[in-house]
Design a protein around this ligand. Sequence first.
Ligand code: ZN
Length: 227
Amino acid sequence: MNFDIIRTNRKKSVSIEVNDGIVKVRVPKNLSEKKIQTIINDRLAWIEKKIDEQSKQVIDMPKQYVDGEFFSYLGDEYQLQIIEDSHEHIVLNEKYLQVMLPMISHIDDISKHVSSLLTKWYEQQALSILTKKTKKFGDVINNRPASIKIRDYKSRWGSCSSKGVITYNWRIIIGPEHVVDYVVVHELSHLLEHNHSKSFWKCVEQLFPDYKNSRKWLKINGQKLRI
Ligand SMILES: [Zn+2]
């Protein structure tokens, strides 16, 4: 938690304000550090609740697909840049997710256009990343799916058909890599066990010992994996 202690000329009153994860505490000039700490500790539950509420509001805010907005890719944040160029393509570098567009001034609805380009780009990246990971983990158990597909599932991360076709939700690559690994291992294990029995989870654990953390992460943060 980030605390900003502001000493004011007020005599007695203390005020606490929470904004974007930053907590501003206004205190009288001469109040001791210890007293300030006590005040913060007393209000900690309230502060945490505020931060939590505000972070939920951020999640619910739809993306505008404009310059400067942040997009997550494998758990890292990249800033969107819309740049005029001779042909349409997307470049991801250390800090930026760059959408290159020809004749920007001729595009009717840039946000809509960028949104659809980005979705396609994420889907392509997802197919490539998930195919590689499926091969990597599949080699360990000497098993591979009949084919791999990418889909836009509303409320699941993957599926494995009785014919051995694994379908992944492309949104998973918005999240951190350990979560992507978990989903791959989960679906691969369904090639051996088409249920969630004990031996299924044993297979998951054998391939990915720390899977419980990733599974928990996904339960808590899964709904945030949107662009
Ligand atoms: Zn499952």
